[in-house]
Structure formats: C-alpha cells, structure tokens
Design a protein. Structure first.
Ligand code: UDP
Length: 239
C-alpha cells in the first residue's frame, strides 16, 4: 500500500483516497471486534471473505434495483466505492429474535417474528451505539423524517431480497445491519458492508450459526463458516 493517503481507519476497514475524488478505496482487515470492541481478535481470511461476500451481495442488490456504493472489487482485500457521507445511524433489520433484542425482551433466541422489526441505532462508539427512535435521530440531526422514511424503505427491500437469496442457498436470514450514505446530490445509497460480520445466518437444515456469533461466542470454526457462506453465494450468483 505504497503512498496511499489514509482517510480513515475503523475497526475492520481502512479507507484510502484514490485519484478520483468521487471514489475511495476500502481495505478489509482481518481484525475482528465484538461487544463495542471489548472483545478483540482476528481470524484467517476474514478481510478477504468479507470483501468478496460484500461484493457478491452488493452486485446482486444493485441488479435488483438497490443503489449501492460499490464500484468494483479490485483485489482480494480491496474494493473501490463511491465517496458518500455516512449517515450516523445503523439500521438493524430482524426476522427472528436474537442477540441484543432477545436479551432485552427476554425472549428465546430463534423466535420468529410475525413482522419485520427495524431497530435504529446511533453510530457513536463512545456511547456503544445506543438504540434510538426516529425522533432521537431527527433531534441529533442524523436524518430528517423524510430521509428516515427512505431508510426504512431501503432496509425493507434489502431484507426481502436477501431473505430470498439466502433461502435459495439453504440459509435463514435471522437479522442484519446496514449503513447508508448520502451522495453530494442528496441521494441515499447502501454503503459499508453486508457480510457474516453484519448478519446472523443460520443453516436451514442444521441451524448451525454461520456468522460472527462464532467469534463473539467462541464457537470455533469461524473462517470455515465464512467460507461456507462465500462458496454457497458464489455458486448461486456466479452460476
Ligand atoms: N450488527 C452489526 N454491527 C453492530 C451491531 C450489530 O453488524 O455494531 C449486526 C449483528 O451482526 C446482527 C444484527 O446487527 O446481525 C443485530 O445485532 P444485535 O443488535 O443483536 O447486537 P449484537 O447481539 O450483535 O451485539
């Protein structure tokens, strides 16, 4: 990575400037964190697998009419994306209770929800990305009510498309998180990543967890789980 200008370094990615002012380069690291970075580690091929899985999924969503920031995957660890202002909100979409929601509400993990659940979180590491509501988001200046409407619509469409896609490869989409970015024109597009780091993915037959919970909960075979997701997606989407 010779002479590149580092614009930003996060927990799992580095962002570099490119010659095109409208584009940046995303480098996917092998570092893994969980529970607001209280648990730290890394595992083999994590960066590569998340880069490749995100590229496959974003290309698929783009073909289905969801605008994304992805321009192209340029190497095993890197992709070029459109430069956006990241909206400081995490949109979590849930089809089954798991993780923090199962804990907060005292329901068993794996309980199917009769409705799609949207949780809005404020992206603020110092506060541990707290759960907020629409009014808080507007109060914080993170988004307007109009923009929130759009965020929910995008999240709902992404959820429907991903439920179908994962179902075809024998996977239950339990929940996931997306981040959205704003172009200078004001257009809101899908940004960041969609990978086993940001989704809960369970094998339909065995209910085996094939996502970051293997790292969070020390379940072992983390790389193998990510490879499984990549291989299944690749054979479906590159067929
Ligand atoms: N998630 C994420 N980044 C976060 C928090 C959550 O990608 O900072 C994803 C997580 O992988 C899961 C979904 O969002 O697929 C819901 O996570 P939850 O709120 O249950 O929190 P967790 O149990 O992961 O702490």
């Amino acid at each position: 990575m010779e002479n590149r200008t580092l614009l930003y370094e996060g927990k799992a990615k580095k962002i570099f400037a490119t010659e095109n002012p409208d584009h940046v380069l995303v480098y996917f690291k092998d570092d893994a964190t969980a529970f607001n970075a209280q648990k730290k580690g890394s595992f083999e091929r994590k960066g590569e697998l998340n880069n490749k899985i995100t590229s496959l999924i974003f290309n698929y969503l783009e073909k289905k009419g969801i605008p994304t920031h992805l321009v192209e995957q340029v190497s095993d660890l890197e992709q070029i994306v459109r430069r956006v202002d990241i909206i400081p909100l995490e949109m979590v979409v849930r089809n089954y209770a798991a993780g923090s929601m199962a804990q907060r509400l005292g329901v068993e993990e794996g309980t199917k929800s009769p409705v799609v659940i949207f949780d809005l979180c404020y992206k603020k590491d110092e506060l541990g990305d707290p759960l907020i509501n629409d009014h808080h988001a507007v109060f914080l200046g993170a988004a307007t009510y109009e923009e929130l409407k759009e965020l929910y619509a995008i999240a709902d469409k992404v959820n429907s498309l991903l439920i179908q896609l994962f179902d075809k490869i024998g996977i239950i989409l339990v929940d996931f998180k997306i981040e959205l970015g704003k172009l200078p024109s004001g257009e809101i597009i899908l940004a960041d990543e969609i990978s086993p780091d940001t989704c809960r993915l369970w094998d339909k037959e065995t209910m085996k967890k094939l996502d970051k919970d293997r790292f969070r909960r020390d379940l072992g075979s983390v790389t193998e789980a990510y490879v499984e997701i990549y291989e299944r997606l690749k054979s479906k989407l590159e067929a």
